[in-house]
Design a protein around this ligand. Sequence first.
Ligand SMILES: NC(=O)c1ccc[n+]([C@@H]2O[C@H](COP(=O)([O-])OP(=O)(O)OC[C@H]3O[C@@H](n4cnc5c(N)ncnc54)[C@H](OP(=O)(O)O)[C@@H]3O)[C@@H](O)[C@H]2O)c1
Length: 166
Amino acid sequence: MSQLQLAQIYARSENHVIGADGRIPWRLPDDFKHFKRTTMGCPIIMGRKTYEDHESALPGRLNLVITSNAGYQAAGGIEVVTSLDAAIGRAAQDNDLAFIIGGVGLFTQTFDRVQTVYETVVHTEIEGDAVLPAFDFTGWRSKVLQEHPADGRHNFAFTVRRWDRS
Ligand SMILES: NC(=O)c1ccc[n+]([C@@H]2O[C@H](COP(=O)([O-])OP(=O)(O)OC[C@H]3O[C@@H](n4cnc5c(N)ncnc54)[C@H](OP(=O)(O)O)[C@@H]3O)[C@@H](O)[C@H]2O)c1
């Protein structure tokens, strides 16, 4: 089994909202391209509610959905696991890098274990019921990967940043 490195990838508003009513509250196709390019080929680990936002497997990646319900039925191409450790163990059989892709509980449970965070800050304050805590990046290195303006396809400007634990 390889030594698994974990990374997180998410988009949050300036007031730390990542979701509203089970959905992502913006449409940012170029951020989705960044998500796809960054995670392609790597296992992706998500909570059951994040999975239910799209209810299909994201192609080209091992899709792992965590739920406490051992009998949970998911779409083809999805592997269901009942604990974070089971997800990490399964991901390690597949690759040496895996991504935590949401939601709040998964990001919070894994923040102390990840080496890298890809954080998109969406430049708006928005209402929502999925809210990230303000993670403490003190001592981490960071690099801006993209500054994207609002335009006809993107209702908000956003900044993509990569954080690496020193
Ligand atoms: N903006 C972004 O980047 C982004 C990314 C992802 C998601 N989202 C949004 O966030 C919202 C969903 O996130 P959420 O925080 O509400 O839910 P979530 O984390 O996706 O799912 C929570 C569920 O995951 C399962 N779970 C989590 N940790 C577990 C563990 N250690 N062991 C067993 N089961 C575990 C439980 O499922 P059971 O109840 O079945 O046991 C729990 O109820 C949606 O609005 C979605 O669109 C946004």
